[in-house]
Design a protein around this ligand. Sequence first.
Ligand SMILES: [Zn+2]
Length: 303
Amino acid sequence: MRISEETIRRIKYVANIEEVVGDFVSLKRKGSGANLWACCPFHNEKSPSFSVNPAKGIYKCFGCGKAGDSVGFVMEIEGLSYPEALRYLANKYNIEVEEDRFDPEQLAQRSQREAILIALNFAKNFYQTTLHEHETGRGLGLAYFKERGFTEASVATFELGFSLPEWHGLEQAAVQKGYSPEVLEKAGLLVTKADDAPGAPTKRYDRFRGRVMFPIHDLAGKVIGFGARTMKSGEQPKYLNSPETEVYHKSEGQKRHPASRQCLPGRGLHRRDRHAPGRGGQCGGLVGHVAHRGADPARPAVY
Ligand SMILES: [Zn+2]
């Protein structure tokens, strides 16, 4: 976090050079001069050539040439960085340190995170539309969900979708809408593979192809990744999940929306629930029951 300009201004205004230096060396006035003097703390000397000018708020050594203001002095004598020296002085003078909410680096990181979340939301909508409007989506995906006992309401609630068995379906739709392939890749939606042949172009394609799509939501309900089950018998892996991304961390046991835990592939319906009328696919009704199991999308139960 960056210290705010206002705080820096206040620290510099309050940090009296005479007091700050006086904590380290004993300053003495020579006659009626404006300056205070001491033996320099930065080089070895027997007679004082280190001076402090309280009116100007600076110190200067005529022996070794070191000079600066209060902040510079603290940096030099304590071996601190600029922000550390500012904090040292803020502490000495009981000044509350205000921080800018984001420094440029954090801002860039944040906007990348947001770009990834927006891309994931686009993909979620794209897969949803495909499920409901594309012939293959309805024929394979929706039929699968129905067969598994999902009601239309639960398919909608959990924003379930379908990815067509195409290599560039999502990529083309997203790029056409202005999404950069780099962001799509960072979101885990595209896979890039370098061709083995030297000088050959890298190959980029959709990660999820021909699968029913289960969005993984965070606690705020934002889509942070997908679990996907293949519709092709014998295809491996049967369940494919989003890779680790800036917004999706499998290892940390990231908190997810209970609904998405419930509706992950292979988790959505427990075998014993499948044929129970009015219960199968009613994810909402089972949320509380399942959430505490801590379902891990990386290790879906196979049914
Ligand atoms: Zn000196």
